[in-house]
Design a protein around this ligand. Sequence first.
Ligand SMILES: *Cc1c(COP(=O)(O)O)cnc(C)c1O
Length: 356
Amino acid sequence: MQFIDLAAQYQHLKQRIDKRIQTVLDHGHYIMGPEVEELEQQLAAYVGVKHCISCANGTDALQLTMMVLDIKSGDAVFCPTFTFFATAEVIAYAGATPVFVDSDERTFNISPQDFEKRIQAVIAEGKLTPKAIIAVDLFGLPANYPELEVIANKYGLKLIEDAAQGFGGEINGKRAGSFGDMATTSFFPAKPLGCYGDGGAIFTNNDDYAALFRSYRVHGKGKDKYDNIRIGVNSRLDTIQAAILLEKLAEFPKELIVRNKAAARYTETLAGKYTIPFVPQGYLSSWAQYTVISENRDVDMANYKAQGVPTMIYYGTCMHQQTAFSALGYSDAELPVASRLCKQVFSLPMHPYMGL
Ligand SMILES: *Cc1c(COP(=O)(O)O)cnc(C)c1O
């Protein structure tokens, strides 16, 4: 059994994907070819936003949000401590200070209550200016945007959705990628919608932000890439990856149904044994991971291994526990829920080709 079976997916889509790649090889527009624009339009339509700007990977997508929002030294940007490193990395890379927020113990997502407490603490301390929050759709479940939006608005913070794992998720029919002021995703192969290399995208309804993203991703271009009106980066999605993603996106709605069936089956069999993932009323998960809480993680994982079932730990280290952030001086006692999750969670195989 595979943890994520990309080979089975390729076998299923082989003819269509091979044909799309061949088309790119024939026309030869490897950078910013027609498939890139076609994909951006389809992604924007699927997510339900005005603009999609593709880029080289999900980390760059987040970094570009920091650039567009002019996040810099002296700014506080809030993010969950229980996430993948990139979420917090881009904040520090921009020169700002990440402020780590604890998790909701049922959804594993950022806790709105703790978010508000930490904004108040930053204001009270008076050293940093609260500027933005990057909320994460962890394991495929959208964060609590209805509550996060109210708090972000109350304190004048920009809200960024990190939907690297959340693409395909929904809250009351509104899709991941459409929450907050801007959203990002990743097309890393193992994500719910993945390509065959690195890829990423940004979503927004704001015309000014969209224009800035398009400029920053190609060397801060003005009218073309030899007219440079600001300092940018080189972060484009390859045409071949866009071609692959067009075929994968066409199949994605079907895959999402199978993922949810697989999750429901896990829930049925594992409910008495572990604390199983909680999906609030009105929410849909894209099940990037099926993650359980276990009191005996090492034993349980060893048992699965003996049966030939691969398992993984996402994540064994919170951001506040990372060496790179040790200078920020957090303790586990300040972030108790996430610190416990890091010790107790593990994830089971999850992909849309599980033989249902
Ligand atoms: C994967 C991931 C990213 C980074 O995406 P890359 O394409 O690998 O750069 C960012 N945030 C989260 C939550 C992720 O899971």
